[in-house]
Design a protein around this ligand. Structure first.
Ligand SMILES: [Mn+2]
Length: 328
């Protein structure tokens, strides 16, 4: 079924010569892996590809071939008047807002292509390949490449595909892990992909300052509501002492939600102007997005976030009060 849908994309990519490939703002492993897989494949076909992303790719993906080629919108070719890409390909972007400053490139293309797996996709392109049943956009890019050239072999492309699938499925652990995701991974391993190496690069490697911050955050653990709620704290003082930047707190909140019996975990991070950034994780009956919405935030059932205009202690009181009502 998908084979039929891919054909208009294949037609455009075969005919064209100059392409732009766009990653969404705050890029993750799926979008960077997808963009690099497609770009490397097209470069190998002798095509020109400009890779755009508003923000810098995550550091753990630095090993992927071609990652240094990402440019910010406005940095390059579009400054030439009248330049038009044969196609602009948006990957893993559910709507035009996700393109950030690169959105204007949609007007600099003979054809726009949107390949994604988000059910909320707004179908903003000329050709829209949207498969909510796919584990990741990388899964769709793999199918596209296979269909364009059955015999194509490139380990850098396979590593990019694997990185996309593995990160979007949380190491093949989230509910979006499909049989297709495993089948593609199996195929890539048959081709000689080094799973051990990629697991270390994608998920395991950390730095000494990050481990020191984790130690401080874990030491801050507070339990509430008969141990059904876990609060963790990262203050500016902690970050300054260690010499780390604010955005290096990914994953800390999971230590709270992983505790057996905990139904909601929250990480309170001291932000600018006396505000507090709250990351929420839940299991059981609490809906993290409902809790976040009470404070003007949002997200998903199991993971959400909000920014509270109060210091850490006041923010904790407010979240705890809201949680007590939800846990009753
Ligand atoms: Mn994705």
């Amino acid at each position: 079924m998908r084979a039929v849908k891919m054909s208009p994309v294949i037609e455009v990519l075969k005919q064209g010569r100059h392409f732009a490939v766009i990653a969404h703002v705050s890029p993750d492993g799926d979008v960077i892996g997808s963009c690099l897989a497609l770009a490397n494949f097209l470069w190998d076909q002798g095509k020109t590809v400009d890779l755009y992303c508003d923000d810098a790719p995550p550091e753990n993906l630095a090993f992927l071939q071609g990652i240094q080629n990402f440019i910010k919108p406005g940095e390059k070719i579009e400054t030439k008047e009248n330049f038009t890409y044969d196609a602009v390909v948006c990957l893993d972007c559910s709507d035009e807002g996700r393109l950030g400053d690169a959105a204007y490139l949609l007007k600099r293309a003979s054809c726009t292509i949107n390949i994604d797996h988000h059910a909320t996709n707004t179908m903003y392109a000329d050709i829209n390949i949207v498969e909510p049943g796919a584990s990741s956009t990388a899964e769709l890019v793999f199918e596209l490449i296979r269909e364009m050239d059955e015999d194509y072999f490139s380990m850098p492309v396979y590593e990019a595909i694997y990185s996309g699938i593995a990160t979007d499925t949380g190491g093949f652990g989230f509910s979006n892990t499909t049989p297709a995701a495993h089948r593609i991974a199996a195929q890539l391993i048959e081709y000689g992909l080094n799973v051990d190496k990629l697991t270390r690069l994608l998920f395991r490697n950390t730095t000494l300052p990050r481990v020191r911050l984790l130690a401080k955050a874990l030491a801050s653990l507070e339990m509430h509501c008969n141990d059904r709620v876990a609060f963790l704290t990262v203050s500016k003082a902690m970050l300054e002492e260690i010499g780390l930047e604010e955005n290096h707190t990914d994953g800390i909140v999971n230590y709270g939600i992983d505790i057996v019996g905990v139904e909601c975990a929250a990480l309170f991070k001291e932000a600018e102007q006396g505000k507090t950034k709250v990351s929420l994780r839940t299991k059981g009956t609490v809906d993290a997005s409902v809790l976040a919405a009470k404070f003007g935030g949002g997200g998903h059932v199991r993971a959400a976030g909000c920014l509270i205009s109060a210091g850490i202690e006041k923010a904790k009181e407010q979240v705890l009060e809201a949680l007590k009502a939800m846990l009753e």
